[in-house]
Design a binder for this molecule. Structure first.
Ligand SMILES: *Cc1c(COP(=O)(O)O)cnc(C)c1O
Length: 401
């Protein structure tokens, strides 16, 4: 039996810590999802989630994990044989690609070494060379949760525009939304895919598709098969504040509360907080003398930090020591960096002292697991946090913090 005295530290990059306010909001009896009281909730969350994606277009809410929302993006807009361009930024990009393969899409998968974002220059070159416009979609992962490398969606959008290519632009922002700056409309994104258990601070169980007019038009002419994931039925029902099948009502209560919390703090302050926590965490890693998985500072993730352990050492042994001694869960290395890296989640409902506890746990764990490192990481992170409190970060500094 595992005993928890005080709070368990859930410092994996999703599912993240659920705020007490959100837990209380979802503690409700079941209700009639065809009744008037439900429609009020339905309208409120359908309007609220648009403000989080920064879109005026429809956002579809599924009772699903993020993987379901990936599938919805594919089956609504694409059919077997369609050519798509994807970028191998890490394990989540690989999983989305595997799904595209199963739907018989013709995938061109542009490689990276898993230590940076997508190669935007290469994407642009492929688009420019595709004069017949056979590429139907460009699909990238915004915040690659396996490597803590960001691909900036606006840069990819600009590449599409420079190549004057009409492909749909689809972005997995499952661990990006509500922790990293995100603009569905202003960045010209056709389908944004998200899930509830990362930056949105909810339990798993809601999947989101934010869609553009162009994506909606593509779905209307797309003859590919789909039923459960069909946008058209969702949109028709959503106009009345209802859903075509039983929604995850209690998670919608939770969603309403999470949106209220994000808006009370202000989305720009949420983004600044994540940037600050990312900087503090990387300062700790640097002081420990360990390597970040991400080699390109332009791609550092504000949501989590993936850290390499030195050659010959086992990242999973470190995670085990930290869990057993300090009741803290850290993220495992995924895919080809399993055992070679661990991930510190600083996404979602978190403050500076929770981060300090997290980093203290990692530093003690490095000692106990006999992983070669220097001390002083916690101090280095404190120095970063002391230098900038939430209220005093001017907006213009946010981007370079
Ligand atoms: C978590 C995650 C997923 C998978 O979402 P599930 O809810 O586990 O299905 C996909 N992509 C990214 C970037 C993620 O972080």
């Amino acid at each position: 039996m595992t005993l928890h005295t005080g709070r368990h530290f859930l410092q994996i990059p999703g599912p993240t810590n659920v705020p007490d306010r959100v837990l209380r909001a979802m503690d409700m009896p079941n209700m009639d999802h065809r009744g008037p009281e439900f429609a009020e909730l339905g309208h409120a969350v359908l309007a609220g989630i648009k403000r989080i994606f920064r879109t005026k277009q429809p956002v579809i809410i599924y009772p699903s994990s993020g993987t379901g929302a990936w599938e919805a993006a594919i089956v609504n807009t694409l059919s077997p044989g369609d050519k798509v361009l994807m970028a191998e930024t890490g394990q989540f990009a690989v999983l989305w690609r595997n799904m595209a393969d199963r739907f018989k899409l013709d995938v061109e998968f542009l490689p990276t070494d898993w230590r940076r974002g997508a190669d935007v220059g290469q994407i642009e070159a492929k688009l420019a060379a595709d004069r017949q416009h056979t590429i139907k979609a460009v699909m990238v992962v915004h915040n690659e949760t396996s490597t803590s490398c960001v691909t900036h969606p606006l840069e990819v959008r600009k590449a599409l525009d420079r190549a004057k290519h009409p492909a749909l632009f689809m972005v997995d922002t499952i661990s990006g939304l509500a922790s990293l700056e995100y603009e569905h409309d202003a960045w010209g994104i056709d389908v944004s895919v998200c899930g509830s258990q990362k930056g949105m601070m909810l339990p798993a169980g809601l999947g989101f598709n934010a869609i553009s007019e162009k994506a909606l038009a593509a779905s209307k002419t797309n003859r590919g098969m789909r039923s459960y994931w069909d946008w058209a039925e969702m949109i028709a029902n959503n106009k009345l504040g209802t859903f075509p099948y039983t929604p995850a009502t209690n998670l919608l209560f939770a969603l309403k509360e999470a949106i209220a919390m994000l808006e009370e703090e202000g989305l720009d302050n949420v983004f600044a907080r994540h940037i600050r926590h990312g900087s503090a965490t990387r300062a700790a890693v640097k002081a420990w003398g360990l390597d970040l998985v991400c080699l390109d500072p332009h791609c550092y993730s504000p949501a989590l930090t993936a850290v390499m352990v030195p050659e010959g050492h086992d990242a999973d042994a470190l995670r085990k020591v930290v869990l057993e001694n300090f009741d803290m869960s850290l993220g495992a290395g995924l895919g080809k960096i399993k055992g070679k890296a661990f991930r510190i989640g600083h996404i979602g409902h978190l403050n500076g002292l929770m981060l300090m506890g997290t980093l203290a746990g990692v530093e003690m764990g490095l000692d106990l697991a006999n992983i070669p490192h220097r001390s002083g990481g916690v101090q280095a992170a404190m120095d970063v946090l002391k230098a900038r409190d939430v209220a005093s970060v001017p907006k213009s500094k946010v981007a370079i913090a």
